[in-house]
Design a protein around this ligand. Structure first.
Ligand SMILES: [Zn+2]
Ligand SMILES: [Zn+2]
Length: 666
């Protein structure tokens, strides 16, 4: 007699299905519409192929394109396989390696056939055509279970040295899944769609090529990586391509150069050279943050750049984080030609990768009473982290950065109120800086962690309660919990800003930490006269100045609000007769605290207007003979084309000065 399995559906109903049947059969039994729409199945929460038979009683939910996140990941993974198959069809002798789905698509790393160079952008249209041909063939994607030796032998026989090497690192005896489309197979955990025909041939595009080392290690051979983007339909793809184009226009590296804000050069990998105009933005932002932090009861401190490696051992960083730290020998280099420059036996110092331990050391000076808490230290702390060169990106990802870092020492009973206030502060700061939309997420305990379950239960619940008390655990604030994504010592609240073109950027964080106060023996005297451990809150609002200014540049596309604009106004003359008057206008604006330049060049006014508009100067004051005689200016605003406003010089100065006031001082 055939065994029957009980398959529970999301609506609470249960279907009896014979052994050997699949989620696809259930979909077909429910209706032809669902059978067509189903892309994959969740079996007891785990995503699986639609045609993989049930192994017992199970809870089943069918994944369709309405489950956009799952659906996108599935199809991107399918596209990666198609890409690999297409490349091997077109370029025999190419070896395959890995090809994962990414945030907006997929890539695949190939070892081109010997004698052939890496793939180029010219190869991409032909590969796309071949992928479309494979989609049109509507070939089933079939899951097969092989032994490790079968896989190795197969790949060795087919000349796939990389895959053969990789498979031998999987545990012996493990059942390995291979996915087949026609004659082509790849090692893969799956799941996949039932057939290639489920993919929309108009909803993908190969975007670029780059080099990548085999398994990310520079000692290994260089592979050729092809990137693609893939979506559920053409409309989504088109919208994405427009976003990409818009993002390229807003690239902070391009705008940074056009506006003369900063530069980077190889002699200082990942460290920014701020130019006067760029550093003005930094100074304004820093001054704004100082005012907000002072008003919120924070105490600013400054701690050492270099500390003994022994101190970093005590805090645990030397053990866990050393590969990201710059170590410096505590020794004067030899100037004697004969001797080695450094002896190699000096004590080591390390540049700080974070400020936390130093803040505990400040907290530990003197005796703190329970009545003194919370103690809120902040530091515009310059840190260094040794990131691989390949990971660096403009000023968004750097090796030297300045955090708006802070550590709050609280009693357990103060935690919720403290975090609630922090939520309020961030809301106000982000709105002031031009971000009306953001999401708050709570990253929960990871599998590998320090501390007891009781500690984690308490910390997670406290953060939840605090966000609730602030009224922000709602869909409007994108409230979401992220299982497994917390740090190894603490859960973490994250603030994700949405920028002008819909991209999100994680900036603010708040973490509860009981581990570091313990390790570094920080304590306060409680009401009972005994020593107690404070809870340490690590928090940041902007993250780092470098990255946040990069985000601001891209968010505003360089068109900063007046208070942040590097040059706020330019006085431009129409005729040289107005030169003296232009100087007077500029001087009055400067005296009112406005960053102003005068453009007295002998150029047509339209030329000047265009040039300053390209340089993204918010205000242009045009003056000619008439304005000079009458003591007026013609005021033009960036982006308002031809419209200009005539006003008396004094009115203009008063109006501009009022508009340039930072948002917190209005
Ligand atoms: Zn796969
Ligand atoms: Zn910290």
């Amino acid at each position: 007699m055939t065994r029957m399995f009980k398959i529970a559906l999301p609506d609470g109903s249960v279907r009896e299905m014979p052994e050997g049947s699949t989620p696809a059969d259930v979909a077909a039994a429910i209706g032809p519409g669902l059978a067509k729409a189903a892309l994959a199945a969740r079996i007891d929460g785990e995503m699986r192929d639609l045609n993989r038979p049930f192994e017992g009683d199970a809870a089943l939910s069918l994944v369709t394109s309405r489950d956009e996140k799952d659906a996108l990941e599935l199809i991107r993974h399918d596209f990666a396989h198609l890409l690999a198959e297409a490349v091997q069809n077109l370029f025999p002798g190419t070896q395959i390696t890995f090809g994962p789905a990414t945030e907006d698509g997929f890539y695949y790393d190939f070892a081109p056939a010997s004698g052939r160079g890496p793939f180029t952008e010219e190869d991409l249209p032909g590969i796309e055509d071949e992928m479309r041909r494979l989609i049109a063939r509507d070939e089933p994607l079939v899951r097969e279970v092989w032994t490790r030796d079968q896989v190795r032998q197969y790949f060795e026989k087919s000349g796939e040295a990389f895959k053969a090497e990789w498979v031998m690192e999987l545990p012996e005896g493990e059942q390995i899944t291979m996915y087949r489309t026609g004659d082509w197979v790849d090692l893969c955990r799956g799941p996949h769609l039932a057939s290639t025909g489920k993919l929309d041939p108009q909803a993908f595009k190969l975007t670029r090529v780059s080099g990548a080392y085999w398994r990310g290690d520079p000692k290994n051979p260089m592979l050729s990586r092809i990137y693609g983007t893939a979506w559920l339909n053409k409309k989504q793809l088109d919208a994405y391509l427009v976003r990409l184009e818009e993002a390229a226009k807003r690239d902070h590296r391009k705008i940074g150069q056009e506006m003369d804000l900063f530069h980077l050069q190889p002699e200082a990998q990942g460290s920014v050279f701020w130019h006067p105009k760029g550093f003005v933005i930094w100074r304004e932002l820093e001054a704004y943050m100082r005012r907000r932090l002072d008003a919120a009861g924070n105490l600013e401190i400054k701690t050492p750049q270099l500390m003994s490696a022994k101190q970093w051992e005590r805090s645990g960083h030397w053990g866990k984080y050393r590969e990201n730290m710059f170590a410096v020998p505590d020794e004067v280099p030899s100037t004697d030609d004969e001797a080695p420059i450094l002896s190699g036996d000096a004590d080591l110092l390390a540049l700080k990768p974070m400020n936390c331990p130093a803040h505990v050391l400040v907290f530990k000076q003197g005796i703190t009473s329970y009545r003194d808490l919370p103690v809120r230290y902040v530091e515009m702390g310059c840190c260094h982290r040794n990131e691989p060169h390949g990971a660096l990106h403009g000023i968004l990802r750097v090796r030297q950065f300045t955090q708006d870092d802070g550590h709050i020492f609280v009693r357990e009973d103060q935690l919720i109120e403290e975090v609630r206030e922090f939520c309020e502060l961030l809301d106000s700061v982000y709105r002031d800086l031009g971000f009306d939309s953001y999401a708050i997420k709570l990253a929960l305990r990871p599998d590998e962690r320090f501390g007891s379950d009781a500690m984690w239960d308490w910390s997670e619940q406290s953060l939840r309660d605090a966000v609730h008390a602030a009224g922000r655990d709602t869909p409007e604030y994108g409230w979401e919990e992220l299982p497994g994504e917390g740090a190894f010592y603490a859960p973490k609240l994250e603030w994700h800003l949405t920028d002008a073109i819909g991209r999100t950027w994680q900036v603010g964080t708040m973490q509860t930490d009981t581990v570091l106060p313990e390790r570094l023996d920080a304590s306060y005297i409680g009401e009972d006269g005994e020593k107690h451990r404070p809870v340490m809150l690590h928090r940041a609002i902007l993250g780092t100045f470098e990255r946040f200014i990069g985000i601001l540049i891209e968010h505003y596309a360089g068109k900063f609000p007046l208070w942040l604009a590097p040059v706020q106004a330019v006085v431009a003359t129409i005729v040289s007769d107005a030169d003296a008057y232009a100087g007077e206008v500029a001087a009055k604006l400067a005296a009112a605290g406005i960053r102003v330049e005068a453009d007295l060049r002998n150029e047509k006014i339209n030329y000047k207007v265009r040039e300053h508009s390209l340089a993204k100067v918010p205000l242009l004051l045009v003056v000619g003979k008439r304005e000079a005689d009458e003591g007026t200016v013609a005021l033009r605003r960036m982006d308002s084309e031809d419209r200009q406003q005539m006003m008396s010089l004094d009115d203009a100065v008063a109006m501009i000065a009022a508009e340039a006031v930072p948002p917190d001082l209005r």
